[in-house]
Design a binder for this molecule. Structure first.
Ligand SMILES: Nc1ncnc2c1ncn2[C@@H]1O[C@H](COP(=O)(O)OP(=O)(O)OP(=O)(O)O)[C@@H](O)[C@H]1O
Ligand SMILES: [Mg+2]
Length: 390
């Protein structure tokens, strides 16, 4: 069923309170360049401040993130609609809240809760003074949170396949709690009588499951593959896809798989930013779990619920620090740049963290675009209506 149908279901959402693009313009100081938080494939994300009109007190309000999608791109419209359709109707502690959306004239805007610590991708691979290195304990907690978010989607009566699981779509709040964002590519899962859904091939190189890339058949377990890739990024501090690496090493998982199953080899590929401060036993267990997630055969990958349980078990074996003390040294320091503790036989070459090529999406086909019209609404996410119909 096409996009028009989806748009009709969006229209049925009662416009309880409106967000005009003018409000969002003033919230972001007219989308000023110094409010840009980041940029994805379909537009920029801005930081904003939405004043609370219900209280007379000046200064009351909340910090928001506003995604402005390229309205001239049909795929941008498709992603906007999907975000509204899925994220707007779901609520879970490990999913970013969509606070509102706006479609006015040519403006396609999405308003999210502001995630103070930005994306996991930025912490693992970014540079600059705001980027803090993530200690082991926090990496583990992030994996647990993100796994719970995906398990929630997979546990719904009508499962949702997220389809674009990657470190840039895992956002962190002020306490480093992980929330999954970006439902632009999410898809209703198969019905009970089906094993998969067939879709246009969309996703991100390096994270997309092999069966999906080769056939367009999307399984719930295709998400598990992406989760496994993020686990490997967490362990190694290396990007899922980096065309700056030598031939044969561009796709992290394909390259690093043989190093995960061997204790000695694993030590050699662990992220040097951890400075050896992690329980190796746990790292090895995570590596084994990651290996099962990135199995070529989707049927033998574990379910997200099994992954949650395993990660919780590993996490509970660790002493929790009372306060997450992060080392705020800037990425791109000498040792980040090149002095990875290479050992004999290590497959690694010096990293070039800050120069990695921006991840590339799989080729997209043009989406069907229905007639545009104006509407706006503020969403109140609720649990009651989780069985979305496409
Ligand atoms: N709710 C938010 N709070 C704070 N920062 C955010 C929020 N949403 C997005 N960002 C920032 O904006 C960046 C861009 O996000 P966006 O989802 O547009 O692109 P991406 O995930 O990098 O790429 P893609 O288009 O492939 O999803 C994120 O990496 C993050 O740093
Ligand atoms: Mg994203």
């Amino acid at each position: 069923m096409g996009i028009c149908m989806s748009s009709a279901s969006v229209n049925q959402t009662p416009p309880t309170a409106g967000l005009f693009s003018s409000e969002l313009k003033s919230a972001t100081r007219n989308f000023r360049s110094d409010t840009v938080l980041g940029e994805g494939g379909f537009g920029k994300v801005y930081k904003g401040w939405l004043a609370d009109k219900s209280t007379a007190k000046s200064g009351n309000g909340s910090m928001i993130a506003v995604k402005k999608l390229n309205s001239d791109s049909q795929q941008g419209f498709q992603e906007w609609l999907s975000e509204v359709k899925f994220l707007g109707r779901l609520s879970h502690p490990n999913l970013v809240k969509l606070l509102g959306y706006c479609w006015e004239d040519k403006e396609l805007l999405l308003v999210y809760e502001f995630m103070h610590k930005g994306s996991l991708e930025n912490h693992l691979f970014g540079s600059g003074t705001s980027v803090q290195q993530l200690p082991w304990q926090i990496r583990l907690a992030i994996l647990v949170g993100a796994a719970r978010g995906l398990a929630f989607l997979h546990g719904l009566d009508r499962k949702i396949i997220y389809r674009d699981f990657k470190s840039s779509n895992i956002l962190l709040d002020g306490s480093y709690n992980a929330k999954i964002s970006d439902f632009g590519l999410a898809k209703m899962g198969p019905t009970e009588s089906q094993s998969h859904v067939t879709t246009r091939i969309l996703g991100t190189y390096g994270y997309a499951a092999p069966e999906y890339v080769s056939t367009g058949h999307l399984y719930v377990k295709s998400d598990v593959y992406g989760f496994g890739v993020v686990m490997v990024e967490m362990l190694t501090g290396l990007r899922a896809l980096d065309t700056n690496r030598p031939d044969g090493q561009h796709i992290l998982v394909d390259w690093i798989k043989p190093y995960l199953s061997d204790r000695r080899k694993l030590k050699n590929v662990m992220d040097s930013c951890l400075e050896g401060m992690y329980p190796f036993k746990d790292a090895f267990q995570i590596a084994q779990l990651a290996l099962t997630c990135v199995e070529n055969e989707h049927k033998i990958r574990p379910s997200m619920q099994e992954i949650v349980e395993k990660l919780e078990q590993i996490d509970s074996g660790n002493e929790k620090p009372t306060e997450h003390k992060l080392n705020s040294t800037t990425r791109g320091t000498a040792y980040r740049r090149g002095q990875l503790p290479l050992r004999n036989g290590s497959p690694l070459y010096p990293r070039q963290d800050c120069n990695c090529v921006k991840k590339e999406r799989l080729p997209k086909r043009v989406a069907v675009l229905c007639e545009k019209h104006f509407y706006y609404s503020l969403i109140y996410a609720n649990h009651k209506d989780q069985n979305l119909v496409e």
